[in-house]
Ligand binder design. Structure first.
Ligand code: BG6
Length: 485
């Protein structure tokens, strides 16, 4: 934490009765509290439309904690619940914000600042900021945290960013991409920049291509309207996958400082080459089975036909010196056979094989970074199969495997929102997305949508439980590349 930042002693949660709050935010805060990581002065004021007393809000929070927080992490739950209070608010009226301000003041004077977390529909961002401004809740010691979706394209994202910028300078705006809060995503930076091994070969001279897969087994999960408007490109590629790509491709920042890290990421995002429709594949799942369970098709879940993609694969390029000619294959989808997020870095062949005349087959090295559910790093190496070699030398690929949980037994592995909420309270911005990054992400994604429109691209169907349409396999195979499965 930079010394200049003070930890906020007020946290204002908008959307406090919503799904994210109940599943992630309240449990994460309670877990931080149980570990003594929240200052005793921190008071949490929840707000949402529903009329509720403080007691009713605490009861709702208790139920959420009992449902979503494992038993062993609920120590001190009663103390945590005592931090909570609640004020109903209709964000579309200014008067509501005066009442909210009174409630905030009831909690006593803040000495070290307020953090505000907006987990509401984006359509409420503008009115909420205006209301907060009117009620004097946007002072110099207030920081603003925004949860996605931050727009549906560059234009709408600029509208949101402008509305926020009207009340908060960029160094007090915290845009969440929860992938950045994941332990293994941060470990990518450690892997790249805390080891001498990789950096000298982390470029087009030694790397053939990179694959980034974010596969999910879930379908619509009740988010019908949201998802059908968004689709896989906007829901997953625009944010999480591009952040992963940026972390893989960025130049070494000079420090872990927020400006240094984000400056390097944005350079990568701006260097992304415009993608042609022919370099992409889109798909939509049909009824199938996942891990033995029958699941309905997207159109069945939706109750109508739709052109929204639930799968996309993209061949991307970063047009800079380091990555010249190295494709980044991205793939994400719902209702795929397993939940897996991983990055595969495939290296080039050795320039000359001394074993070739002896019949040995060689495979290029691969570095596989498992982000979830398995958190592990595996480097495939060629090794000699033991034997006297009377009929030639035999080589085989063997993995050098590190399972992170085994390497750090006894160390608590925290969920993304614990880390991000703590950073927000401390005012540490490195793991939050800066405006220029978001805008570069949208610009690239918007161009893909434009290309799809121009080519009249419609998603191809795939059976739930498969790895997407067969053309996704072809997209890689055209280049002699096989997706890692
Ligand atoms: C969200 C998307 O941002 O990320 C969801 O809106 C998706 O559609 C989720 O399921 C995936 O997050 P995680 O942490 O489960 O990989």
């Amino acid at each position: 934490m930079p010394e200049t930042q003070l930890s906020a002693d007020r946290l204002l949660l908008f959307g406090a009765t919503g799904d994210l709050s109940r599943r992630m935010l309240l449990p994460s805060l309670c877990a931080l509290d149980a570990d003594g990581l929240l200052s005793t002065d921190l008071k949490i004021i929840g707000t949402a439309r529903s009329d509720m007393s403080d007691i009713e809000f605490r009861n709702m929070a208790r139920e959420a904690l009992e449902q979503y927080l494992p038993d062993e992490r609920r120590g001190g739950m009663a103390d945590f619940l005592n931090r909570l209070s609640y004020q109903a608010l209709d964000a579309s009226t200014i008067e509501g914000f005066d009442t909210l301000a009174r409630k905030v003041h009831e909690a006593g004077p803040s000495h070290t600042g307020t953090a505000i977390f907006l987990s509401t529909a984006p359509s409420l961002f503008g009115p909420t900021i205006a209301g907060l401004k009117h009620a004097g809740l946007t002072g110099d010691d207030v920081r603003m945290c925004l949860e996605k979706p931050l727009g549906t394209d560059l234009e709408s994202s600029c509208v949101i960013n402008d509305a926020v910028a009207d009340a908060f300078p960029e160094d007090r705006i915290f845009r969440i991409d929860h992938y950045l809060g994941k332990e293994t995503v941060q470990n990518l930076l450690a892997l790249r920049f805390a080891n001498i091994l990789f950096e000298p070969i982390w470029n087009s001279n030694y790397i053939d291509h990179v694959q980034i897969t974010v596969a999910e087994t879930v379908g619509l999960e009740g988010r019908v309207a949201f998802y059908d408007d968004a689709g896989a490109l906007r829901d997953m590629v625009q944010n999480h996958m591009l952040q992963l790509l940026a972390l893989v491709a960025m130049e070494p920042p000079t420090s872990f400082d927020a400006t240094a890290v984000r400056d390097e990421k944005v350079k990568v995002l701006r260097a992304l080459r415009k993608v042609l429709a022919s370099e992409t594949v889109t798909g939509q799942y049909r009824a199938g089975a996942i891990q033995g369970l029958a699941v309905p098709g997207y159109d069945d879940e939706l109750g109508k036909e739709s052109d929204t993609e639930t799968f996309t694969a993209i061949k991307a390029h970063v047009d800079n010196w380091r990555w010249k000619g190295v494709p980044f294959y991205l793939r994400t989808g719902k209702r795929l056979p397993e939940r897996v997020t991983e990055i595969v870095v495939k290296f080039r062949d050795v320039p000359h094989s001394i074993f070739e005349d002896m019949g040995a087959k060689m495979l290029p090295n691969r570095l596989i970074i498992g982000i979830q559910p398995e958190e592990n790093i595996s480097l495939s190496l060629m090794a000699k199969v033991p034997g006297l070699g009377q009929d030639g030398v035999r080589l085989r690929e063997v993995p050098l495997d590190i399972a992170m949980p085994d390497a750090f037994v006894g160390q608590h592995r925290r969920i993304a929102y614990e880390r991000l909420l703590l950073d927000l309270i401390h005012g540490e911005q490195t793991l939050f997305v800066r405006r220029d990054e978001v805008e570069a992400q949208w610009q690239w994604v918007d161009a893909i949508r434009t290309a799809w429109d121009a080519a009249d691209t419609k998603p191809q169907t795939y059976t739930a439980g498969s790895w997407g349409p067969s053309s996704a396999i072809a997209l890689a195979e055209r280049d002699g590349v096989t997706w890692h499965e």
